[in-house]
Write a protein of this length. Structure first.
Length: 95
């Protein structure tokens, strides 16, 4: 899985990058075909915003979140994406 991390208004620490990679690895347990993940970290006045986009063949999953800390935002974005993946997989199994 190829991971592209972009920061606007901030710099990424090694610990944060490690945390991101750890959390994104969780996505592969739900969809092994995910090949590309793009994450945008944006620091604003009071919010830390995350845009997470994952590509799995023709499918694309998108999660946008914000909170007071990047770690919280990343956790929420990955959890939302896991929910999307589960929903799509159950819809595909019904068809």
């Amino acid at each position: 899985m190829e991971v592209q991390i972009t920061c606007k208004g901030c710099t990424i620490t090694e610990d944060l990058q490690e945390y991101i990679n750890e959390r994104l690895a969780k996505l592969l347990t739900y969809d092994k075909a995910i090949s590309n993940v793009s994450i945008l970290l944006k620091k604003e006045r009071r919010a830390r915003k995350i845009q997470l986009i994952a590509s799995s063949g023709p499918k694309q999953y998108i999660a946008n979140t914000y909170s007071s800390e990047f770690i919280k935002s990343i956790r929420m974005a990955v959890d939302r994406m896991v929910t999307q993946i589960r929903k799509r997989s159950t819809q595909n199994n019904r068809s």
